[in-house]
Ligand binder design. Structure first.
Ligand SMILES: [Zn+2]
Length: 489
């Protein structure tokens, strides 16, 4: 014990020195060989889209392209300009969506968990969305996770802590922005509204009092007139997020539909700025659920297609930038088990997200009327595993059956034990998902974020400046200079 605690300061010092060395190297690499075009040379974009795939590293983009796009190309990978950005936070090599979102929204580094404030947690940082509004543009914020979650929050709110959902959600009402679409506000959940034994005002009420139409179904959203301030959401889970694309029901709006309606509401002669986040790519990768991640990348790309469709009628005035805040999961297209022999298409056998399957299994275990062999039948239906008649590689080995049986019976023994049952169900469902991922040749190095640099795809006037290898703080500065926000402020 003594020895261990004695070693800690040395390893901490070493880690810190390595981080400083890394920062110095990164700074030196900033010396450019090729002259980057000056933003002032390009026409001012009137309509600006910034798409952020949360957790979407190069492998996530590659996986979606390989697996799900029948034409072989995603909209974003067809863009003429490709760049790469580093993502580290001010105080950590591996970032989070708070620090990375702040970098993308404001052009400044901050500490992990911080929402558009400096790491001193006193100074607020002006966001590109706020500058757009100050310059007379309409502003829209869309996300597939809670609208007060870190990435969207970084564009309209300022807070020292990303988990202060209520305080962040309140800032939607004071932002003056024109459209919020996608997930609900986690800040409005009873656990977040309650402070000192008192319930603070509900968020939809605050929004209505600030002049917003608050709509929660498709036809109501379609009836909102352009120019009306609006907050739109449909279905949401216990973290205020919309469903994984794999699990989405017809009545729930897709990310693309929230984007399309946003464009309709924001379109006006003075232009607009719109940020759209594919937030659940990250959640799928935290769960090491490759199929769900790929489907959500495609859903995100469908939202990009809406911007591309809009740009066809405004080709010289629409700038579209697509990037990510960080990679998640250390996703690899290839693994040690299969070597060179990957079978990515096996992932198409998965019909529900791991999250959705976990909830099903928890239900079976709680009711105790679904036997293990019935559960295995469902594994065949939802994952194809055990269905050796169509593909011999889908057969389950005796060892795998034994492991699954153990995981399933453990969950059933615990019965209707609330979260305990869900944890056990998660063990069974995670094992099933991991078995399919391994057969497909998918590798996962982590259940957290990684520091793998991410891509930037750009199209439209001034898109050239987004090419090259640079830091994530470069994005906001390029947008601000292209839009001449500084000059018009
Ligand atoms: Zn994450």
């Amino acid at each position: 014990m003594l020895l261990l605690s004695g070693r800690k300061p040395l390893s901490a010092t070493l880690t810190f020195l390595m981080f400083v060395l890394f920062l110095l190297t990164a700074a030196c690499a900033g010396g450019r060989v090729v002259q980057v075009p000056a933003e002032g040379r390009f026409p001012v974009p009137k309509y600006i889209f910034l798409f952020i795939g949360d957790g979407m590293g190069p492998a996530q983009v590659g996986l979606a392209g390989a697996l799900l796009d029948s034409s072989g190309t995603l909209a974003m990978t067809g863009f003429p300009v490709l760049g790469t950005i580093t993502t580290h936070a001010e105080n950590r090599y591996i970032t989070d969506s708070g620090a990375a979102g702040t970098a993308l929204a404001t052009g400044s580094k901050t500490s992990v968990g911080t929402i558009s404030m400096k790491s001193n947690h006193r100074d607020t940082l002006r966001t590109v969305a706020e500058l757009a509004r100050l310059n007379g543009m309409r502003v829209g914020i869309v996300s597939s996770v809670g609208i007060d979650n870190a990435t969207p929050a970084c564009f309209f709110a300022h807070n020292a802590k990303r988990s202060s959902y209520y305080d962040i959600a309140v800032q939607m009402a004071t932002s003056g922005f024109d459209y919020f679409g996608g997930g609900y506000a986690e800040g409005d959940f009873p656990r977040n509204r309650l402070k000192g034994g008192v319930n603070r005002p509900d968020i939809p009420d605050l929004m209505k009092r600030a002049g917003y139409r608050v709509v929660s179904d498709r036809s109501s959203l379609r009836s909102v007139l352009p120019g009306t301030k609006c907050w739109a959401y449909t279905g949401f889970d216990d973290k205020a997020a919309i469903s994984f694309e794999m699990d989405r029901k017809e009545q729930e709006l897709s990310l693309a539909e929230f984007t399309r309606e946003g464009i309709r509401l924001l379109d006006n002669p003075k232009g607009f700025f719109m940020m759209v986040e594919g937030g659940k790519i990250d959640w799928a990768c935290h769960a090491n659920d490759a199929a769900a991640a790929a489907h959500d990348v495609v859903a995100f790309d469908d939202a990009v297609r809406e911007a591309v469709a809009f740009s066809r009628s405004h080709p010289d005035e629409t700038l579209i930038v697509v990037t990510a805040d960080h990679e998640c999961g250390g996703l690899s297209l290839g693994n040690g088990r299969r070597g060179y022999d990957s079978r990515i298409s096996l992932l198409l056998r998965q019909k529900v997200s791991l999250d959705g399957f976990t909830r099903k299994v928890a239900g079976w275990q709680a009711s105790r009327n679904v036997s293990f062999s019935m559960a295995l039948d469902s594994v065949r239906v939802y994952y194809g595993l055990g269905d050796a008649s169509t593909d011999s590689s889908l057969a389950l080995s005796g060892e795998e059956r034994l492991a699954l049986s153990k995981a399933y019976r453990e969950g059933s023994a615990k019965g209707a034990g609330g979260s305990t049952a869900t944890v056990s169900a998660g063990g069974f469902a995670s094992s099933v998902t991991a078995m399919l991922n391994a057969r497909a040749g998918i590798g996962w190095a982590s259940d957290a974020h990684t520091a793998v640099p991410v891509q930037v795809f750009a199209a439209g006037p001034g898109s050239e400046v987004f090419g090259g290898y640079y830091d994530n703080t470069g994005i906001a500065g390029k947008l601000i200079r292209l839009a001449r926000f500084g000059a018009r402020r």
